[in-house]
Write a protein that binds this ligand. Structure first.
Ligand SMILES: *Cc1c(COP(=O)(O)O)cnc(C)c1O
Length: 375
């Protein structure tokens, strides 16, 4: 059994993926081929954004978003305590501070009250300049943008939506990647929309930001092209072959994978109701279920279940074992007395089960039986 079965997906889409890769091989346009432009157009349309710029990976996408926001020395960037390090890594790289905020106990994403407390603490201390907020749609479930956007507006903060885990999700009729001044996503193979290597994308509705992003992705190119360098940028682009792989995968995601993910989660939720804390999705939202994460009643129970799954050769993971404030690299970041009660509690009790749109009912029943046995 696979945690995320990319082979089953490939079997389903093989004809189209193979043909698309062959087209790129025949054209020998490995960088910047027409498939890249086509993908950017389709991605922008899918999430109803004016602009999409593809790039090398989700971490670069975030770094570029930080550069557009102008994050630098003496700035504070607010970020949920429970995420993958990419969300907040660029802050330190640019000499800013990562100010972590607690998560909500139900969606496990950025807690709006903790965010506002942390902003006010930074302002009260008067040392750092509040600059940007990174809202992470953790596990595939969109953040509470109706609460977060007004806070960013109130304090004049640049909002970045980190939708690396949530491509295909939606929040009250808008798709993930539609929020913030800039939204970013990742096409790492295991993400809801993954390619066959590394890839990422950056979304905005703002024409000037789009131009700046395109410049930053190509060594800070100016109007005269890539040898007319007007700023320091990066070399971050999506290979044509990856775009060719993503085109049929985007269609499958839209046609049936998002729905198939809901079916799998529905079966898990029914089986675990009253026995584990199953995931919460707010009214009007659709998660894309990058992970199916449940909470056991305590760490000891969680670890017992994991040990039993291991014995039965059932893949499982812990996303994430350590909240950001507990990582050695962030040991000196200011916390302003925040105790991160929800993030600590989540990390101590969470575990994730096999989750992908091709998970068959019989396979899933094996997983469910093993979890219930351990309980
Ligand atoms: C995977 C991930 C990223 C980074 O994506 P890469 O393409 O692996 O660089 C960023 N943020 C979150 C929340 C992620 O899960």
């Amino acid at each position: 059994m696979q945690f995320i079965d990319l082979k089953a997906q490939y079997r389903a889409l093989k004809t189209d993926i193979d043909a698309n890769i062959q087209t790129v091989l025949d054209s020998a346009q490995f960088i910047g081929g027409p498939q890249v432009k086509e993908l950017e157009t389709q991605l922008a349309a899918f999430v109803s954004r004016k602009h999409c710029v593809t790039c090398a990976n989700g971490t670069d996408a975030l770094q570029i978003a930080y550069m557009v926001a102008g994050v630098g020395e003496g700035d504070a960037v607010f970020c949920p305590d429970m995420t993958f390090i990419s969300s907040t890594e660029p802050a330190k790289m640019f000499g800013a501070a990562s100010v972590f905020c607690d998560i909500t106990p139900d969606t496990y994403s950025l807690c709006p009250e903790s965010l506002e407390r942390q902003i006010q603490a930074v302002l009260a201390e008067g040392k750092l300049t509040p600059k940007a907020v990174v809202a992470v749609d953790i596990l595939g479930n969109p953040c509470d943008y109706d609460a977060i956007v007004p806070i960013c507006e109130k304090y004049g903060l640049f909002l970045i939506e980190d939708a690396a885990q949530s491509f295909g999700a939606s929040y009250k009729g808008k798709r993930a990647c539609a929020f913030g001044h800039i939204a970013t996503t990742s096409f790492f193979p295991a993400k809801p929309l993954g390619c066959y290597g590394d890839g990422g994308a950056i979304f905005t509705d703002d024409d000037e930001m789009d131009a700046l992003i395109r410049s930053l992705c190509v060594h800070g190119k100016g109007p005269g092209g890539k040898y007319d360098n007007i700023r320091v940028g990066m070399n971050s682009r999506l290979d044509t072959i990856q775009a060719a792989v993503l085109l049929p995968k985007l269609k499958a995601l839209d046609d049936y994978e998002i729905d198939a993910r809901q079916t799998v989660v529905g079966r898990y939720n029914t089986a675990f109701a009253g026995k584990l804390q199953t995931p919460f999705v707010a009214d009007g939202c659709v998660s894309t279920w990058a992970q199916y994460a449940v909470l056991a009643k305590d760490t000891e129970t969680r670890d017992r279940i994991i040990a039993h799954l291991k014995e039965k050769n059932i893949p499982n993971m812990v996303y994430y074992p350590t909240p950001q404030h507990g990582l050695p690299v962030f040991k000196d970041e200011p916390t302003y007395g925040e105790v991160f009660a929800n993030a600590n509690d989540y990390c101590a009790r969470t575990f994730s089960l096999p989750m992908h749109p091709y998970l068959e009912e019989s396979e899933q029943q094996t997983v469910i039986d093993a979890v219930l046995e351990a309980l």
